[in-house]
Design a protein around this ligand. Structure first.
Ligand SMILES: NC(=O)c1ccc[n+]([C@@H]2O[C@H](COP(=O)([O-])OP(=O)(O)OC[C@H]3O[C@@H](n4cnc5c(N)ncnc54)[C@H](O)[C@@H]3O)[C@@H](O)[C@H]2O)c1
Length: 142
């Protein structure tokens, strides 16, 4: 499977950074959060971070604009899942929340999608245990 589309779940410190590096790397990104103000903060933070690179001449303005164009922001989980080849979950570090999230991801994502968790400390097998797709669930600690 060719990796083109990445869904990032949770637009906090990690999710916004993951969305930024993924878009700069050329992937189409849908960044999702339950809170629209978190999405707004993420957009501002990504723009600020890329602008710094442009002002230091480490990135061309056109590349910054192209990267920003590749990121969609949404509160609808299904929009982050429907075309995703890879989903990276970066919600709060809470096992019950991650269990609920992975149940939904299993339901909403295509069968071949890889589901990653950015957890710092929770066991990946424990997170995956509530799904029937444990072979598709990976740890992506960045
Ligand atoms: N080096 C690393 O890889 C690293 C570093 C720090 C944190 N982490 C892990 O990454 C994850 C996120 O950490 P963070 O520091 O970005 O947290 P954060 O508190 O900055 O952001 C979490 C975001 O998740 C959102 N969220 C909560 N419930 C949600 C839901 N049901 N659906 C969608 N979004 C939801 C919140 O609104 C918030 O914006 C945690 O699991 C944390 O342990 C990894």
């Amino acid at each position: 499977m060719k990796l083109r589309n990445i869904g990032v779940i949770g637009a906090g410190a990690m999710g916004s950074g993951i969305a930024q590096v993924s878009a700069v790397a050329g992937y189409n990104v849908v960044l999702q959060d339950v809170y629209s103000d978190a999405l707004l903060r993420a957009r501002v933070s990504i723009e600020k971070s890329l602008s710094k690179l442009v002002s230091k001449e480490k990135m061309a303005k056109a590349d910054m604009d192209a990267a920003l164009d590749r990121i969609q922001f949404t509160t609808a989980l299904k929009d982050a899942c429907k075309d995703a080849d890879l989903v990276i979950e970066a919600v709060f570090e809470n096992l019950e929340l991650k269990h609920n999230m992975f149940r939904k991801l299993e339901e909403l994502c295509k069968k071949e999608a890889i589901l990653g968790t950015n957890t710092s400390a929770l066991p990946i097998t424990e997170i995956a245990s509530v799904t029937n797709c444990g072979d598709k669930i990976i740890g992506i600690h960045l």
